[in-house]
Design a binder for this molecule. Sequence first.
Ligand code: PLP
Length: 459
Amino acid sequence: MTVSEVSAVSTDPGLCTPLAVLGRDVRVPLVTGGEVTYAALDYAASAPALQRVWDDVAAYAPYYGSVHRGAGYLSQLSTDLFEQSRAAVADFLGCRPDDQVIFTRSTTDSLNLLAAALPAGTRVFVFETEHHASLLPWQRADGAEVTCLSAPRTPEQAVAALDVALHGAPKGPKLVCVTGASNVTGEVWPVRELAAAAHRHGARIVLDAAQLAPHHPVDVAALDVDWVAFSGHKLYAPFGSGVLAGRADWLREAEPYLAGGGATRTVTRAGDGGLDVEWHTTAARHEAGSPNVIGAYAVASACRALTEAGFDRLVAREQALLTRLRDGLADIPEVRLLSLFSGDAPRVGVLSFTVAGWNSSHFAAALSAEYGIGVRDGLFCAHPLLRTLLGAPSAGPGECGAPDAAPGEPSLNALRVSFGAGTPEEHITRFLAATRTLVRDGAAWSYRNENGRCVPSPR
Ligand code: PLP
Protein backbone atom coordinates (compact mmCIF):
# COMPACT_ATOMS: atom_id res chain seq x y z
CA MET A 1 0.00 0.00 0.00
CA THR A 2 1.29 3.48 -0.81
CA VAL A 3 0.60 6.76 0.91
CA SER A 4 -1.69 7.93 -1.87
CA GLU A 5 -3.70 4.74 -1.55
CA VAL A 6 -4.04 5.29 2.19
CA SER A 7 -5.26 8.82 1.56
CA ALA A 8 -7.77 7.58 -0.96
CA VAL A 9 -9.30 4.99 1.38
CA SER A 10 -12.49 6.37 2.76
CA THR A 11 -16.15 5.68 2.69
CA ASP A 12 -18.35 8.13 0.92
CA PRO A 13 -18.29 11.23 3.12
CA GLY A 14 -21.99 11.36 2.51
CA LEU A 15 -23.11 14.52 0.80
CA CYS A 16 -26.50 13.83 2.27
CA THR A 17 -26.55 15.35 5.70
CA PRO A 18 -25.99 14.76 8.56
CA LEU A 19 -22.50 13.33 8.11
CA ALA A 20 -22.13 9.77 9.37
CA VAL A 21 -20.56 9.64 12.82
CA LEU A 22 -19.69 6.74 15.11
CA GLY A 23 -22.23 6.08 17.84
CA ARG A 24 -25.17 7.26 15.79
CA ASP A 25 -27.08 4.06 16.54
CA VAL A 26 -25.99 3.51 20.13
CA ARG A 27 -28.91 2.64 22.41
CA VAL A 28 -28.86 3.67 26.06
CA PRO A 29 -31.05 2.50 28.96
CA LEU A 30 -33.57 4.84 30.57
CA VAL A 31 -34.00 4.86 34.34
CA THR A 32 -37.75 4.78 33.78
CA GLY A 33 -37.47 1.59 31.70
CA GLY A 34 -36.67 0.69 28.11
CA GLU A 35 -33.98 2.25 25.97
CA VAL A 36 -33.59 4.88 23.26
CA THR A 37 -31.03 5.92 20.68
CA TYR A 38 -28.54 8.21 22.38
CA ALA A 39 -28.82 11.87 21.41
CA ALA A 40 -25.32 13.33 21.69
CA LEU A 41 -25.79 17.06 22.22
CA ASP A 42 -22.42 17.80 23.78
CA TYR A 43 -20.28 18.27 20.67
CA ALA A 44 -18.59 21.32 22.19
CA ALA A 45 -16.93 19.08 24.78
CA SER A 46 -15.98 16.27 22.38
CA ALA A 47 -17.60 15.49 19.05
CA PRO A 48 -18.09 11.91 17.85
CA ALA A 49 -15.63 10.61 15.27
CA LEU A 50 -16.69 10.92 11.68
CA GLN A 51 -17.20 7.48 10.15
CA ARG A 52 -14.88 8.65 7.38
CA VAL A 53 -12.12 9.43 9.90
CA TRP A 54 -12.56 6.05 11.56
CA ASP A 55 -12.40 4.27 8.19
CA ASP A 56 -9.29 6.17 7.13
CA VAL A 57 -7.56 5.38 10.44
CA ALA A 58 -8.58 1.71 10.24
CA ALA A 59 -7.24 1.48 6.68
CA TYR A 60 -3.92 2.95 7.72
CA ALA A 61 -3.54 1.12 11.05
CA PRO A 62 -1.96 -2.08 9.64
CA TYR A 63 0.68 0.10 7.99
CA TYR A 64 1.48 1.99 11.19
CA GLY A 65 5.17 2.63 11.75
CA SER A 66 7.55 5.03 13.47
CA VAL A 67 7.77 8.59 12.16
CA HIS A 68 11.09 10.32 11.30
CA ARG A 69 13.09 7.46 12.82
CA GLY A 70 12.97 4.31 10.72
CA ALA A 71 14.41 3.00 7.47
CA GLY A 72 11.71 0.40 6.88
CA TYR A 73 8.93 0.73 4.36
CA LEU A 74 6.21 1.30 6.94
CA SER A 75 8.29 3.90 8.77
CA GLN A 76 8.77 5.77 5.54
CA LEU A 77 5.11 5.46 4.64
CA SER A 78 4.12 6.71 8.11
CA THR A 79 6.58 9.59 7.91
CA ASP A 80 5.17 10.62 4.54
CA LEU A 81 1.64 10.33 5.88
CA PHE A 82 2.50 12.48 8.91
CA GLU A 83 4.01 15.21 6.74
CA GLN A 84 1.13 15.00 4.27
CA SER A 85 -1.25 15.42 7.19
CA ARG A 86 0.58 18.61 8.14
CA ALA A 87 0.15 19.88 4.59
CA ALA A 88 -3.56 18.94 4.59
CA VAL A 89 -4.11 20.88 7.82
CA ALA A 90 -2.25 23.91 6.41
CA ASP A 91 -4.48 23.73 3.37
CA PHE A 92 -7.67 23.42 5.48
CA LEU A 93 -6.65 26.46 7.54
CA GLY A 94 -5.61 28.57 4.55
CA CYS A 95 -2.12 29.06 5.99
CA ARG A 96 0.46 31.34 4.43
CA PRO A 97 3.35 29.56 2.64
CA ASP A 98 5.86 30.18 5.44
CA ASP A 99 3.54 29.29 8.34
CA GLN A 100 4.38 26.32 10.52
CA VAL A 101 1.87 23.64 11.45
CA ILE A 102 2.77 21.96 14.74
CA PHE A 103 0.93 18.86 15.93
CA THR A 104 0.14 19.06 19.63
CA ARG A 105 -2.19 17.17 21.95
CA SER A 106 -5.04 19.72 22.02
CA THR A 107 -5.95 23.41 21.99
CA THR A 108 -4.80 23.64 25.61
CA ASP A 109 -1.45 22.18 24.63
CA SER A 110 -1.15 24.47 21.59
CA LEU A 111 -1.77 27.62 23.61
CA ASN A 112 0.61 26.53 26.36
CA LEU A 113 3.22 25.92 23.67
CA LEU A 114 2.74 29.43 22.30
CA ALA A 115 2.82 30.88 25.82
CA ALA A 116 6.17 29.17 26.37
CA ALA A 117 7.44 30.67 23.10
CA LEU A 118 6.66 34.33 23.83
CA PRO A 119 9.58 36.73 23.54
CA ALA A 120 10.70 38.08 26.91
CA GLY A 121 8.47 40.80 28.30
CA THR A 122 5.52 40.15 25.96
CA ARG A 123 2.32 41.91 26.98
CA VAL A 124 -0.68 39.65 26.50
CA PHE A 125 -4.27 40.88 26.09
CA VAL A 126 -7.23 38.58 26.66
CA PHE A 127 -10.92 39.04 27.34
CA GLU A 128 -12.25 37.59 30.57
CA THR A 129 -14.78 35.73 28.44
CA GLU A 130 -12.22 33.19 27.22
CA HIS A 131 -12.19 29.49 27.97
CA HIS A 132 -9.60 28.77 30.68
CA ALA A 133 -7.36 27.21 28.00
CA SER A 134 -6.92 30.60 26.36
CA LEU A 135 -7.19 32.63 29.57
CA LEU A 136 -4.63 30.94 31.79
CA PRO A 137 -1.48 29.82 29.90
CA TRP A 138 -0.24 33.42 29.62
CA GLN A 139 -0.25 33.87 33.39
CA ARG A 140 2.49 31.27 33.54
CA ALA A 141 4.59 32.62 30.67
CA ASP A 142 7.96 33.75 31.86
CA GLY A 143 8.07 37.54 32.20
CA ALA A 144 4.76 38.09 30.39
CA GLU A 145 2.35 40.72 31.62
CA VAL A 146 -1.32 39.90 31.17
CA THR A 147 -4.13 42.40 30.74
CA CYS A 148 -7.56 40.89 31.17
CA LEU A 149 -10.28 42.95 29.45
CA SER A 150 -13.85 43.01 30.74
CA ALA A 151 -16.64 41.22 28.89
CA PRO A 152 -17.84 43.41 26.00
CA ARG A 153 -21.60 43.55 25.31
CA THR A 154 -21.25 43.97 21.55
CA PRO A 155 -18.65 42.89 18.97
CA GLU A 156 -17.93 46.58 18.32
CA GLN A 157 -17.24 47.13 22.03
CA ALA A 158 -14.74 44.27 21.92
CA VAL A 159 -12.80 45.91 19.10
CA ALA A 160 -12.97 49.34 20.73
CA ALA A 161 -11.80 47.99 24.11
CA LEU A 162 -8.86 46.23 22.50
CA ASP A 163 -7.96 49.34 20.55
CA VAL A 164 -7.87 51.43 23.73
CA ALA A 165 -5.88 48.83 25.67
CA LEU A 166 -3.28 48.42 22.92
CA HIS A 167 -3.06 52.16 22.34
CA GLY A 168 -1.98 52.67 25.95
CA ALA A 169 0.48 49.77 25.97
CA PRO A 170 4.20 50.48 26.04
CA LYS A 171 6.48 49.44 23.17
CA GLY A 172 7.62 45.83 22.99
CA PRO A 173 6.15 42.51 21.91
CA LYS A 174 2.39 42.16 22.35
CA LEU A 175 -0.01 39.28 21.82
CA VAL A 176 -3.81 39.24 21.71
CA CYS A 177 -5.56 35.93 22.33
CA VAL A 178 -9.18 35.64 21.26
CA THR A 179 -11.69 32.86 20.81
CA GLY A 180 -13.37 32.47 17.43
CA ALA A 181 -16.65 31.15 18.83
CA SER A 182 -17.58 31.04 22.50
CA ASN A 183 -17.86 27.61 24.06
CA VAL A 184 -20.63 29.04 26.27
CA THR A 185 -22.82 31.22 24.07
CA GLY A 186 -21.75 29.99 20.63
CA GLU A 187 -21.36 33.62 19.62
CA VAL A 188 -18.83 34.28 16.88
CA TRP A 189 -16.29 36.96 17.72
CA PRO A 190 -15.19 39.67 15.28
CA VAL A 191 -11.85 38.00 14.61
CA ARG A 192 -10.91 39.89 11.47
CA GLU A 193 -11.60 43.27 13.13
CA LEU A 194 -9.71 42.27 16.29
CA ALA A 195 -6.78 41.12 14.14
CA ALA A 196 -6.80 44.47 12.33
CA ALA A 197 -6.81 46.30 15.69
CA ALA A 198 -3.97 44.14 16.97
CA HIS A 199 -1.85 44.74 13.90
CA ARG A 200 -2.58 48.50 13.90
CA HIS A 201 -0.78 48.59 17.24
CA GLY A 202 2.03 46.23 16.30
CA ALA A 203 0.60 43.29 18.28
CA ARG A 204 0.27 39.68 17.16
CA ILE A 205 -2.96 37.71 17.55
CA VAL A 206 -3.70 34.05 18.21
CA LEU A 207 -7.12 32.62 17.43
CA ASP A 208 -8.54 29.93 19.71
CA ALA A 209 -10.54 28.07 17.09
CA ALA A 210 -11.48 25.10 19.30
CA GLN A 211 -15.17 25.90 18.79
CA LEU A 212 -14.98 27.77 15.49
CA ALA A 213 -13.08 25.26 13.34
CA PRO A 214 -15.61 22.41 13.70
CA HIS A 215 -18.47 24.71 12.68
CA HIS A 216 -17.08 27.19 10.22
CA PRO A 217 -14.22 27.44 7.72
CA VAL A 218 -11.20 29.19 9.24
CA ASP A 219 -8.91 31.03 6.85
CA VAL A 220 -5.75 32.16 8.59
CA ALA A 221 -4.59 34.40 5.76
CA ALA A 222 -8.01 35.98 5.15
CA LEU A 223 -8.62 36.60 8.86
CA ASP A 224 -5.03 37.81 9.11
CA VAL A 225 -4.41 36.06 12.42
CA ASP A 226 -0.86 35.16 13.35
CA TRP A 227 -1.66 31.76 14.88
CA VAL A 228 -4.60 29.46 15.20
CA ALA A 229 -5.14 26.58 17.64
CA PHE A 230 -7.73 23.79 17.62
CA SER A 231 -8.35 20.25 18.91
CA GLY A 232 -8.90 17.09 16.88
CA HIS A 233 -11.45 15.68 19.32
CA LYS A 234 -13.79 18.62 18.73
CA LEU A 235 -13.29 18.30 14.95
CA TYR A 236 -14.58 14.72 14.72
CA ALA A 237 -11.07 13.24 15.06
CA PRO A 238 -10.69 12.02 18.66
CA PHE A 239 -7.26 10.44 18.40
CA GLY A 240 -5.25 12.67 20.72
CA SER A 241 -3.98 15.40 18.37
CA GLY A 242 -4.36 19.15 18.24
CA VAL A 243 -2.81 21.86 16.10
CA LEU A 244 -0.95 25.13 16.48
CA ALA A 245 -0.41 26.81 13.11
CA GLY A 246 1.01 30.17 12.17
CA ARG A 247 4.04 32.43 12.14
CA ALA A 248 7.35 30.62 12.35
CA ASP A 249 9.57 33.36 13.78
CA TRP A 250 8.66 33.33 17.49
CA LEU A 251 8.44 29.54 17.41
CA ARG A 252 11.82 29.18 15.72
CA GLU A 253 13.52 31.37 18.28
CA ALA A 254 11.85 29.87 21.35
CA GLU A 255 13.23 27.13 23.53
CA PRO A 256 11.81 23.79 22.35
CA TYR A 257 8.53 23.00 24.12
CA LEU A 258 9.85 19.59 25.13
CA ALA A 259 13.49 18.53 25.15
CA GLY A 260 14.12 15.17 23.52
CA GLY A 261 14.62 13.14 20.37
CA GLY A 262 13.17 14.44 17.12
CA ALA A 263 13.57 18.10 18.12
CA THR A 264 17.34 18.03 17.72
CA ARG A 265 19.58 18.29 14.69
CA THR A 266 22.77 17.35 16.54
CA VAL A 267 23.87 16.73 20.12
CA THR A 268 27.57 16.72 20.92
CA ARG A 269 29.73 16.70 24.02
CA ALA A 270 30.91 20.22 24.78
CA GLY A 271 34.50 21.00 25.70
CA ASP A 272 33.42 21.81 29.25
CA GLY A 273 32.00 18.32 29.69
CA GLY A 274 28.41 19.42 29.05
CA LEU A 275 26.32 19.11 25.90
CA ASP A 276 25.98 21.26 22.81
CA VAL A 277 22.54 20.91 21.25
CA GLU A 278 21.50 22.19 17.88
CA TRP A 279 17.69 22.24 17.73
CA HIS A 280 15.58 22.06 14.60
CA THR A 281 14.09 25.32 13.42
CA THR A 282 11.11 23.63 11.74
CA ALA A 283 7.90 22.41 13.43
CA ALA A 284 9.90 19.41 14.67
CA ARG A 285 11.54 21.77 17.20
CA HIS A 286 8.36 21.63 19.27
CA GLU A 287 7.39 18.03 18.53
CA ALA A 288 10.00 16.11 20.53
CA GLY A 289 9.27 12.43 21.09
CA SER A 290 7.60 9.98 18.73
CA PRO A 291 4.79 11.83 16.93
CA ASN A 292 1.17 10.70 17.16
CA VAL A 293 0.83 9.85 13.48
CA ILE A 294 -2.63 8.32 13.87
CA GLY A 295 -3.86 11.46 15.62
CA ALA A 296 -2.36 13.71 12.96
CA TYR A 297 -3.75 11.58 10.15
CA ALA A 298 -7.19 11.59 11.80
CA VAL A 299 -7.17 15.40 11.99
CA ALA A 300 -6.16 15.62 8.33
CA SER A 301 -8.88 13.14 7.41
CA ALA A 302 -11.50 15.22 9.24
CA CYS A 303 -10.27 18.37 7.49
CA ARG A 304 -10.65 16.66 4.11
CA ALA A 305 -14.04 15.21 5.01
CA LEU A 306 -15.47 18.59 6.03
CA THR A 307 -14.09 20.25 2.93
CA GLU A 308 -15.34 17.53 0.61
CA ALA A 309 -18.79 17.50 2.21
CA GLY A 310 -19.02 21.20 1.43
CA PHE A 311 -18.47 23.26 4.55
CA ASP A 312 -20.94 25.89 3.37
CA ARG A 313 -23.70 23.28 3.20
CA LEU A 314 -22.82 22.07 6.70
CA VAL A 315 -22.93 25.63 8.00
CA ALA A 316 -26.33 26.24 6.38
CA ARG A 317 -27.74 23.05 7.88
CA GLU A 318 -26.36 23.84 11.32
CA GLN A 319 -27.83 27.34 11.19
CA ALA A 320 -31.27 25.90 10.35
CA LEU A 321 -31.06 23.55 13.37
CA LEU A 322 -29.85 26.37 15.57
CA THR A 323 -32.79 28.55 14.60
CA ARG A 324 -35.18 25.70 15.45
CA LEU A 325 -33.46 25.17 18.77
CA ARG A 326 -33.40 28.83 19.76
CA ASP A 327 -36.99 29.42 18.66
CA GLY A 328 -38.12 26.31 20.54
CA LEU A 329 -36.39 27.37 23.75
CA ALA A 330 -37.64 30.94 23.38
CA ASP A 331 -41.18 29.53 23.55
CA ILE A 332 -40.56 28.16 27.05
CA PRO A 333 -40.90 31.10 29.46
CA GLU A 334 -38.87 29.36 32.21
CA VAL A 335 -35.81 29.11 29.94
CA ARG A 336 -33.27 31.93 29.88
CA LEU A 337 -30.74 31.83 27.02
CA LEU A 338 -27.30 33.12 27.97
CA SER A 339 -25.70 35.56 25.60
CA LEU A 340 -23.26 38.39 25.65
CA PHE A 341 -24.11 39.95 22.33
CA SER A 342 -27.57 40.70 20.95
CA GLY A 343 -29.94 38.02 19.63
CA ASP A 344 -28.95 38.45 15.99
CA ALA A 345 -25.19 38.04 16.55
CA PRO A 346 -23.70 35.26 14.39
CA ARG A 347 -23.46 31.96 16.28
CA VAL A 348 -22.40 28.34 15.92
CA GLY A 349 -24.30 25.32 17.23
CA VAL A 350 -23.50 25.91 20.90
CA LEU A 351 -26.06 27.36 23.28
CA SER A 352 -26.26 27.73 27.07
CA PHE A 353 -29.28 28.43 29.21
CA THR A 354 -30.81 28.16 32.65
CA VAL A 355 -34.26 26.97 33.67
CA ALA A 356 -36.04 28.94 36.39
CA GLY A 357 -36.50 26.88 39.53
CA TRP A 358 -34.06 24.20 38.41
CA ASN A 359 -30.54 23.38 39.33
CA SER A 360 -28.82 22.81 35.97
CA SER A 361 -27.07 19.62 37.15
CA HIS A 362 -30.45 18.19 38.11
CA PHE A 363 -31.96 19.13 34.75
CA ALA A 364 -29.02 17.64 32.81
CA ALA A 365 -29.16 14.43 34.84
CA ALA A 366 -32.89 14.07 34.12
CA LEU A 367 -32.35 14.68 30.39
CA SER A 368 -29.82 11.87 30.40
CA ALA A 369 -31.51 9.35 32.69
CA GLU A 370 -35.09 9.80 31.53
CA TYR A 371 -34.65 10.81 27.87
CA GLY A 372 -31.24 9.50 26.74
CA ILE A 373 -30.04 12.99 25.85
CA GLY A 374 -26.44 14.00 26.65
CA VAL A 375 -25.84 17.71 27.36
CA ARG A 376 -23.39 19.45 29.68
CA ASP A 377 -24.00 21.36 32.89
CA GLY A 378 -21.68 23.53 34.97
CA LEU A 379 -19.49 26.53 34.27
CA PHE A 380 -17.82 25.14 31.13
CA CYS A 381 -14.21 26.06 32.04
CA ALA A 382 -15.14 29.71 31.56
CA HIS A 383 -15.83 30.80 35.13
CA PRO A 384 -15.47 34.57 34.74
CA LEU A 385 -17.82 34.57 31.72
CA LEU A 386 -20.42 32.40 33.47
CA ARG A 387 -20.36 34.65 36.51
CA THR A 388 -20.96 37.65 34.26
CA LEU A 389 -23.80 35.90 32.43
CA LEU A 390 -25.46 34.40 35.49
CA GLY A 391 -24.93 37.40 37.72
CA ALA A 392 -24.34 35.00 40.60
CA PRO A 393 -21.46 33.30 42.36
CA SER A 394 -20.69 29.83 41.03
CA ALA A 395 -22.22 26.83 42.76
CA GLY A 396 -20.16 24.35 44.70
CA PRO A 397 -20.16 20.70 43.78
CA GLY A 398 -22.74 19.72 46.39
CA GLU A 399 -25.81 21.39 44.97
CA CYS A 400 -27.33 18.50 43.00
CA GLY A 401 -30.80 17.30 43.88
CA ALA A 402 -33.82 19.39 44.49
CA PRO A 403 -34.12 22.67 42.62
CA ASP A 404 -31.96 25.13 44.48
CA ALA A 405 -32.95 28.37 42.83
CA ALA A 406 -36.39 29.70 43.52
CA PRO A 407 -38.36 30.73 40.45
CA GLY A 408 -37.10 34.08 39.29
CA GLU A 409 -33.78 33.73 41.12
CA PRO A 410 -30.54 33.32 39.19
CA SER A 411 -29.38 29.73 38.72
CA LEU A 412 -25.92 28.90 40.04
CA ASN A 413 -24.73 27.04 36.97
CA ALA A 414 -25.92 26.51 33.43
CA LEU A 415 -26.83 23.92 30.82
CA ARG A 416 -25.22 23.71 27.42
CA VAL A 417 -26.52 22.08 24.25
CA SER A 418 -24.11 21.74 21.35
CA PHE A 419 -24.27 19.91 18.06
CA GLY A 420 -22.70 19.75 14.64
CA ALA A 421 -22.32 18.00 11.32
CA GLY A 422 -23.44 14.61 12.63
CA THR A 423 -26.59 15.77 14.43
CA PRO A 424 -29.92 14.62 13.01
CA GLU A 425 -32.81 17.05 13.30
CA GLU A 426 -34.63 14.44 15.38
CA HIS A 427 -32.17 15.05 18.25
CA ILE A 428 -33.17 18.71 18.39
CA THR A 429 -36.85 17.76 18.28
CA ARG A 430 -36.40 15.25 21.10
CA PHE A 431 -34.42 17.70 23.20
CA LEU A 432 -37.07 20.41 22.88
CA ALA A 433 -39.88 17.97 23.70
CA ALA A 434 -37.99 16.62 26.74
CA THR A 435 -37.25 20.13 27.99
CA ARG A 436 -40.90 21.15 27.67
CA THR A 437 -42.03 18.04 29.55
CA LEU A 438 -39.46 18.44 32.34
CA VAL A 439 -40.37 22.09 32.82
CA ARG A 440 -44.08 21.31 32.85
CA ASP A 441 -44.17 18.04 34.82
CA GLY A 442 -40.84 17.91 36.66
CA ALA A 443 -38.54 14.92 36.79
CA ALA A 444 -40.12 11.48 36.95
CA TRP A 445 -37.29 10.08 39.09
CA SER A 446 -35.40 11.23 42.15
CA TYR A 447 -31.74 12.22 42.11
CA ARG A 448 -28.88 12.56 44.56
CA ASN A 449 -25.36 13.87 44.62
CA GLU A 450 -22.65 11.24 44.26
CA ASN A 451 -19.07 12.48 44.30
CA GLY A 452 -20.14 15.80 42.84
CA ARG A 453 -22.26 14.25 40.08
CA CYS A 454 -26.03 14.28 40.02
CA VAL A 455 -27.22 10.70 39.57
CA PRO A 456 -30.59 8.90 39.62
CA SER A 457 -31.51 7.49 43.00
CA PRO A 458 -32.01 4.59 42.96
CA ARG A 459 -29.91 4.07 39.85
N1 PLP B 1 -10.93 26.75 23.83
C1 PLP B 1 -12.25 26.60 23.77
C2 PLP B 1 -13.09 27.74 23.24
C3 PLP B 1 -12.84 25.42 24.20
O1 PLP B 1 -14.17 25.27 24.13
C4 PLP B 1 -12.02 24.38 24.70
C5 PLP B 1 -12.61 23.12 25.20
O2 PLP B 1 -13.77 23.01 25.48
C6 PLP B 1 -10.64 24.59 24.72
C7 PLP B 1 -10.13 25.77 24.29
C8 PLP B 1 -9.73 23.53 25.22
O3 PLP B 1 -9.76 22.44 24.36
P1 PLP B 1 -9.02 21.09 24.78
O4 PLP B 1 -9.71 20.60 26.01
O5 PLP B 1 -9.24 20.20 23.60
O6 PLP B 1 -7.61 21.43 25.00
